[in-house]
Ligand binder design. Structure first.
Ligand code: HMG
Ligand code: MG
Length: 299
């Protein structure tokens, strides 16, 4: 395979990046973050999560976020919806794209969404059907594709099986989550090869957390295989509340720098993106985990 000529970035900072923050973040700050990301050229922004506020308190203002954001033409603002209750709430706010999230690990599925993998697929089926009826696209996540905090090693065949089930259900894209950032490049390639036998490469996205500092190397490996959609988080914000010790997603700034170096088009203004990373980390009192962001700010 060859590198893609163009890559679409899915910015998950406002959701994955912020969901784990213990201190409440003002809705106005989230809205400004989303707006700045749009101004930097991101065309797909995961803005909120319609999950239980008891489980993830930081996402409790999902309604205010989805109704308050300034919609820019050509930008998709999506939200997580684990069940019909979440989907109905998202639809009521005018959400045009949603995502369901499953896992390749039974133990993680139980901890994260309180049901088995099979039960999760049963729950997603009516979400897909209702979304289709409403003309809303659904993205499917698979967590723990390169390892699980509870089960350890995960078989690529299991990742492929869950990915295929989500595709068959109607998800337009499958995002492969290295939830705890334990993967390494060859492992990422092998996992991808197994999944790509069941799901066309054009429908796959890489969602790599950077816990062990391997995310950029892993992305290079899967880009070489033809993956053309990458999830990332400005300033490398984030972590999953049900994956202890997991750090943020790969930083969007670092991904854009990598793509620029490879001559791959992303349509993103790196300076604006880096300024957004500097701003949000100062606003919420977090270190900037984008190496490129820190380097550009020091110039
Ligand atoms: P449950 O307890 O099994 O569900 O939770 P339930 O149907 O029995 O409902 C229990 C309570 O939750 C009820 O309220 C429901 O109304 C409420 P009560 O009667 O106790 O007051 N409830 C809801 N409230 C708001 N919105 C909803 C909703 N559904 C039920 N949609 C549930 C099941 C999935 C809701 C729960 O487990 C949950 O919210 N989990 C949160 C999971 C989460 O957000 N995890 C982080 C995101 S996933 C991630 O980060 C990984 C990813 O980035 C990829 C990667 O990195 O690998 C995507
Ligand atoms: Mg994630």
């Amino acid at each position: 395979m060859a590198f893609p000529t163009q890559v679409r970035l899915v910015e998950v900072g406002p959701r994955d990046g912020l969901q784990n923050e213990a201190e409440p973040i003002a809705t106005a700050t989230k809205l400004e973050l989303i707006d700045r990301l749009g101004a930097a050229g991101l065309t797909h922004i995961e803005a909120a999560s319609f999950v239980s506020p008891k489980w993830v308190p930081q996402m409790a203002d999902h309604r205010e976020v989805m109704t308050g954001l300034k919609r820019r033409p050509g930008v998709v603002y999506s939200a997580l919806t684990p069940n019909l209750k979440g989907l109905e709430a998202a639809l009521a706010c005018g959400t045009k794209e949603v995502a369901v999230f499953g896992a390749a690990s039974e133990a993680f599925s139980q901890k994260n969404i309180n049901c088995s993998v099979a039960e999760s697929l049963e729950r997603f089926a009516p979400v897909l059907a209702r979304a289709q009826e409403a003309g809303v696209r659904v993205r499917g996540y698979v967590s723990c594709v390169l390892g699980c905090p509870y089960e350890g090693e995960i078989a690529p065949a299991k990742v492929a099986e869950v990915s295929k089930a989500l595709l068959d259900m109607g998800c337009y894209e499958i995002s492969l989550g290295d939830t705890i950032g334990v993967g390494t490049p060859l492992k990422a390639k092998r996992m991808l090869e197994a999944v790509a036998r069941e799901v066309p490469m054009a429908k796959l996205a890489a969602h790599f957390h950077d816990t062990y500092g391997q995310a950029i190397a892993n992305l290079y490996a899967v880009l070489e295989e033809g993956v053309a959609v990458i999830d990332s988080s400005v300033a490398g914000l984030g972590g999953c509340p049900y994956a202890k010790g997991a750090s943020g997603n790969v930083a969007s700034e670092d991904v854009v720098y990598l793509l620029n170096g490879l001559g791959i088009e992303s349509g993103i203004d790196l300076d604006k993106l880096a300024a957004t990373g500097t701003w949000i980390t100062q606003a919420i009192g977090r270190p900037n985990r984008a190496k490129v962001g820190v380097a550009l700010a020091a110039k």
